[in-house]
Design a protein around this ligand. Structure first.
Ligand SMILES: [Zn+2]
Length: 232
C-alpha cells in the first residue's frame, strides 16, 4: 500500500512504513556468499568497501501463481522505475510466455516436436487447479498491466488451453460448452475476462529494442530465459 500511494505522486513521506514492519533481520554478507530473498521483501544494503553485487531472479510454478496476486504492487513499482515501461514490457513478455508453457506446452523449435516439459497436468489440488481457481480473482489486475496486443495473445493462450482440455466443460468454471471449437473463446471472454476498459497499458511489443515484426512471436523469443528458470 505504501508503494502504491508513493507511485501516485512520488511523495517519499508515504514510503515511511518502517514502524509497521515486523520480523526484520540484519547481517553481514561476506564475499562469495549467496543470499536468497523472498519475493516482495523490502531490503536495504550498505557496502563497507568497494564491491560488486550480482543479482538474479528465479521464477517457479509456485511463485508464478502467487505473483499474480501481487500485480498491483508491481504496477506501482514500474511507474517509479527508470525505464519502467521497458521493464513492464519485458515482464509482460515473460508472463505470457510462462503462461503459455504451463497451459499449452510448446513446439520445440529445433526438433519440431511438441514439448510438454513445462505443461501443468491435472492433479488433485495441483498447481493447475490452483491457477484455474486463481484466474477470476486476478484477471482484472493482469489485464490492467498488459496492452491490447498482449491481451489478444493472452486470450489466445487461454482459449487454446480450454479448447484442447479433455471434456466439454470450461475448466475454469465447470460450465458445459457444447461446441468448444466455436463457443469456448466467447465463453472465456464473456465470463473470465474483465469487462471494463483499461487505459494506459503497455504491450510487450511497444518498447522492446528492435522491431522484429508483427504478432507476438518476436517479443516472446526474447524471453527464452524463462524456459530455463521455470522449474518445480
Ligand atoms: Zn467458464
Amino acid at each position: 500500500m505504501a508503494y502504491e500511494s508513493f507511485s501516485e505522486d512520488f511523495d517519499k513521506a508515504k514510503l515511511d512504513v518502517t514502524h509497521e514492519l515486523e520480523g526484520g533481520i540484519i547481517f553481514v554478507q561476506n564475499e562469495g556468499e549467496c543470499l536468497c530473498i523472498p519475493p516482495f521483501c523490502p531490503m536495504m544494503s550498505f557496502a563497507t568497501k568497494t564491491s560488486v553485487l550480482g543479482t538474479y531472479s528465479t521464477i517457479t510454478y509456485d511463485n508464478y501463481i502467487s505473483m499474480l496476486r501481487k500485480l498491483p504492487l508491481l504496477k506501482a513499482w514500474f511507474t517509479t522505475e527508470l525505464a519502467g515501461e521497458r521493464k513492464q514490457s519485458e515482464f509482460n513478455c515473460a508472463m505470457l510466455k510462462a503462461l503459455d508453457l504451463m497451459l499449452n506446452g510448446e513446439i520445440d523449435p529445433e526438433a519440431g516436436e511438441f514439448d510438454d516439459t513445462y505443461k501443468l497436468s491435472f492433479t488433485e489440488n495441483g498447481l493447475l487447479r490452483t491457477l484455474l481457481c486463481t484466474w477470476d480473482e486476478v484477471k482484472d489486475d493482469v489485464v490492467a498491466l498488459i496492452g491490447p496486443m498482449d491481451a489478444k495473445v493472452m486470450k489466445d493462450i487461454w482459449s487454446a488451453f480450454l479448447i484442447e482440455s479433455k471434456g466439454r466443460e470450461c475448466k475454469i468454471c465447470g460450465k458445459t460448452i457444447r461446441n468448444k471449437q466455436k463457443l469456448m473463446r466467447k465463453h472465456f471472454v464473456d465470463n473470465h475476462w474483465p469487462k471494463q476498459k483499461v487505459t494506459e497499458r503497455i504491450d510487450s511489443m511497444e518498447v522492446l529494442e528492435g522491431d522484429e515484426g508483427e504478432g507476438h512471436e518476436a517479443p516472446l523469443e526474447s524471453v527464452e530465459v524463462m524456459e530455463d528458470i521455470l522449474c518445480e
